[in-house]
Ligand binder design. Structure first.
Ligand SMILES: NC(=O)c1ccc[n+]([C@@H]2O[C@H](COP(=O)([O-])OP(=O)(O)OC[C@H]3O[C@@H](n4cnc5c(N)ncnc54)[C@H](O)[C@@H]3O)[C@@H](O)[C@H]2O)c1
Length: 242
């Protein structure tokens, strides 16, 4: 075991999910304190936090301020996937996707910033390959993940002016083995054909493992990446290289 997260307090949203949980476990394995948050329906979290609720964010930030006096890292992993073309998806669906994926990330950066700037810190925002390249049936998901990409850069430029600085980067996975992909496969006519189609564009010809994404997040949270900010980092088996 190494101790890349020693003395670091890291807040993770969507921590009951595939990637959030993998990040929380890796932060703890690396000797850090993971503060796990997710919707109230998920038991076993440190805080119930609906990322779309400003009141929830204020309350959680206040509790963390009282308990720890600071944050060293924030991982905005809460997110929802949505399938639909510009014609087929209804406006309500679009607004829900934008609320969780964009408002949630915005509020996270906003309310964690006062705690992160106490000692300097690092924000990792979960975008997606869908924040870099589009799909015909991903209208709202593409819009939301593209917004996360540039929000991360604006936060990075603001955070770079602070002393000590707060870094901010976005990570862009392709399909990751877990609940979100299982949901998509379950909607397909043939699971196997859908899985084949989904891996066909990936040069390394497989989905990502949650631990591989967690590894990247922990690298970005840690001191080894001290000069990396405002970056968009694909973790996609080469998908966006062509
Ligand atoms: N899984 C993939 O293939 C994949 C690929 C690229 C990007 N991503 C992104 O990575 C992030 C994590 O994905 P995952 O695979 O862990 O998904 P997941 O579905 O396993 O977990 C997402 C978590 O977010 C939580 N959540 C949903 N709405 C919320 C809200 N309003 N407030 C708080 N929590 C909420 C859910 O309860 C769930 O625990 C998401 O932003 C997703 O868009 C995932």
């Amino acid at each position: 075991m190494t101790a890349r997260m020693k003395d670091k307090v890291v807040l993770i949203t969507g921590a009951a999910g595939t990637i959030g949980n993998a990040v929380a476990q890796m932060v703890e394995r690396e000797s850090g304190k993971a503060i796990r948050t997710d919707l109230a329906s998920h038991k076993g979290q440190d805080f119930a936090l609906d990322v779309t609720s400003e009141a929830n964010w204020k309350a959680v930030a206040e509790s963390i301020s009282k308990q720890y006096g600071r944050l060293d890292g924030l991982v905005n992993s809460a997110g929802i996937a949505s399938l639909g073309t510009i014609e087929s998806e209804d406006f309500a669906g679009y607004k829900k996707t934008m609320a969780v994926n964009v408002d949630g990330t915005y509020l996270g950066c906003k309310y964690a910033m006062p705690l992160l700037k106490v000692r300097g810190g690092s924000i990792v925002n979960l975008s997606s390959v869908s924040g870099l390249v589009a799909g015909h049936n991903l209208a709202s998901y593409n819009a939301s993940k593209g917004a996360v990409r540039l929000l991360s850069k604006s936060v990075a430029l603001y955070g770079a002016r602070l002393k000590p600085p707060v870094r901010s980067n976005s990570v862009h996975p392709t399909f990751v083995e877990g609940a979100m992909v299982e949901d998509l496969l379950a909607k397909a006519k043939s699971r196997e054909a859908a899985r084949e189609r989904m891996t066909a564009d990936v040069p390394l010809a497989r989905f990502a493992q949650p631990e591989e994404v967690a590894n990247l997040a922990v690298f970005l949270l840690g001191d080894e990446s001290a000069f990396i900010t405002g970056a968009e980092i694909p973790i996609d088996g080469g998908l966006t290289a062509r």
